[in-house]
Design a protein. Structure first.
Length: 485
């Protein structure tokens, strides 16, 4: 449809372009491709118009979609033949001697070989069967990735990353997992048993963990701690990071210095004004007022802009905060971002209040993504959830322990049988599941279905390669491999 409108636009362009038209239809009918259409449909109607090269260029993208990418931008006759609801389109060279491209109606496309993947089963468990493409064809792709529940265990996969692989213990004790890396704790745990390597803390290594305002004199060691675990010693830097100065001070090269008048944003009173508080002289010798500069007065006549004379202080102030268009900012959620005036009814009349940010509240942001939480309740500031105390790190954050273990204070310890939802084992009973060693019980029975133990029932003349287990749904649950008897 887009192309139809484009061609109609081109016809309109040609009609007003001054291009001479000529009747080339008789000559076009003699061309073999067009003559064949008239032989089949004698009542066909033919029409044509001339397309200059610049006009062809305008429609080149759409023309190539029908005629192929090699269609050359040139001048052509565009000839249309229509009959009984069908329409043929021809691009003929300027001399009307050959058809460069024919767009036939209802061109049949290639047929699909399949509809869905179930038709593509090659009965090979090591391949993934798909019906894809245009037209659709069966594709049988060798399985090389470790994918759960696809019925196949590729080379290089095991039960830890592909549940279709046999449950084989890869280690028996922590000694089997020693990797000679002094930075890691090496454990044999899980079901089936696997070697689990986790980084130690800087304290475990007996090294110094540098503070944010310190630098390491040696190399940084890989540990679970945030910051730099230094193999030699930490030293305070001349950086201002981590240095906290007073309200009217600034940090320069790790030391605190008094701010200037401009940095403290203190006003400079002119000769006839008085300071409501004290004067401050900075390192540049500039004298500024720690309060406000006021016009002195002895009566209301000395004041302007609707102000009155405060006889007790001898300077002009406004009658009310409302007269100045100000208000008292909310001490919890707001701060004054404009000038502060004293009026008869308000000691701190703020001309513009703005929302407080976390920094305005002397707070910090705790990073939940690394396991930080606020040691007390938080408050919502303008820029996010703000902690007014300190951030605490969950030592068990992202710490993965074995099936029968839990994390406490950063260490993996045995769960109780009750926490495992198990049963303290007694010899006369029959456990329909698996045994685990737990805290307070030599054997803890966890009753499970066969599938929960990653097992299967051997059928069709096969038997389990090892002893079977009892489960809550099958008496003989094979957690190893079924083999032919």
């Amino acid at each position: 449809m887009k192309k139809v409108f484009l061609l109609l636009g081109l016809i309109f362009l040609l009609a007003f372009s001054g291009c001479l038209q000529q009747d080339i239809n008789p000559a076009a009918k003699k061309l073999p491709e067009i003559a064949e259409v008239f032989q089949q449909y004698p009542d066909s109607v033919i029409s044509s118009f001339f397309m200059r090269k610049d006009v062809t260029n305008l429609a080149l993208k759409d023309i190539r979609a029908d005629c192929g990418p090699d269609f050359a931008p040139d001048s052509y006759w565009n000839i249309t033949v229509a009959s009984k609801g069908k329409r043929w389109e021809f691009y003929v060279d300027e001399s009307v001697t050959r058809v460069v491209c024919m767009v036939a109606p209802n061109m049949p496309g290639p047929e699909d070989e399949c509809i869905n993947a179930s038709e593509c089963d090659d009965f090979d468990v090591s391949t993934m069967n798909k019906c894809k493409g245009t037209p659709k064809k069966c594709v049988n792709i060798p399985i090389t990735e470790c994918i759960n529940n696809d019925g196949y265990c590729p080379r290089g996969c095991d039960f830890s990353n592909d549940k279709d692989c046999p449950t084989i213990d890869m280690c028996q004790s922590n000694f089997d997992c020693t990797d000679s890396n002094r930075f890691t704790t090496d454990l044999c745990e899980g079901t089936p048993k696997r070697c689990v390597y986790s980084l130690k803390t800087c304290e475990d290594l007996g090294k110094d963990l540098c503070e944010v305002f310190e630098e390491c004199l040696g190399d940084s060691l890989p540990t679970t701690d945030r910051g730099i675990c230094c193999d030699i010693a930490c030293r305070k830097t001349k950086s201002c990071e981590g240095i906290v100065c007073g309200e009217y001070e600034k940090c320069i090269n790790g030391d605190c210095y008094e701010k200037s008048c401009a940095e403290r944003e203190l006003p400079l009173c002119i000769s006839r004004e008085i300071c409501t508080e004290d004067f401050y002289v900075d390192d540049f010798g500039i004298k500024c007022c720690t309060g406000e500069c006021r016009t002195p007065c002895i009566s209301d006549a000395n004041c302007s802009d609707g102000k009155i004379c405060d006889i007790s202080e001898n300077y002009c102030i406004a009658k009310s905060c409302e007269d100045l268009g100000g208000k008292t900012c909310d001490s919890v959620a707001e701060k004054c971002v404009g000038d502060i005036e004293r009026t008869l009814d308000n000691e701190e009349c703020c001309l513009e209040c703005g929302p407080k940010k976390c920094d305005d509240m002397d707070g910090i942001f705790c990073d939940e993504e690394i396991g930080e939480t606020c040691s007390s309740s938080t408050i919502t500031a303008f820029d996010g959830e703000c902690c007014l105390a300190q951030c605490e790190i969950d030592e068990c954050f992202n710490r993965v322990c074995g099936t029968n273990k839990k994390c406490e204070e950063g260490e993996c310890v045995l769960k109780t049988c009750e926490e495992m939802n198990g049963i303290d084992w007694e010899l006369p009973e029959t456990c329909q599941g698996l045994f685990y060693r737990t805290d307070g019980a030599l054997d803890c029975c966890i009753e499970l279905e066969c599938e929960e133990m990653n097992g299967t029932k051997c059928t069709n003349g096969t038997i389990c390669s090892e002893d079977t287990r009892l489960s809550t749904d099958v008496n003989e649950c094979c957690t190893e491999t079924c083999i032919v008897e």
